[in-house]
Write a protein that binds this ligand. Sequence first.
Ligand code: SF4
Length: 190
Amino acid sequence: MTIEDKVYAVEQVMEKLDREIASFQQWSTLHCKNGCGKCCFKPDIEASALEFLPFAHHLFREGKADAWYENLRESTSPLCLILDPTINGVGLCSEYKHRGLICRLFGYSARTNKYGSRELVTCQVIKTEQQAAFEVAVEKIASQKGEVPIMSEYYMQLHAIDPDMAREFFPINKAIKRAIEVILHYYAYR
Ligand code: SF4
């Protein structure tokens, strides 16, 4: 598979996930608080390089990959460098279209617990400020009456595209840097 094929395959996974999230949001009515972005301020978010391959490819096509690589190399911040607290909107992501898998899954997906039940993975803001809808969603998900994206299924889909790039998890800026490295290396030797 070429890099372009991998970028396309990851984008397809993300688009499918976005459709599933939209459908989940519709039936559950759960939604992010406007302008929130609180979850992006967690200092220990981890991601694989593969989930940022489309972002890295986008940067390369825009001629911004080298500059981003340098910024990431020099940065000591644990916060995602794509985060822009000055943005006005639903969230604070400056590259929403190219955000990673974890950024999409958090809030709107479920994991399977050790008893085989599905548990919604969401934030305290949604749990407390939309409590009634949250409780209905939890109940429907656990009884499999409400569809929700399943985290592990999406990680498996990425794993099928490139096991090496999907297997290892890094602090988020390191994952983005690694994805840019892969893209720069690929085009340097073409
Ligand atoms: S998932 Fe929760 S913390 Fe994150 S932006 Fe949405 S409402 Fe805010």
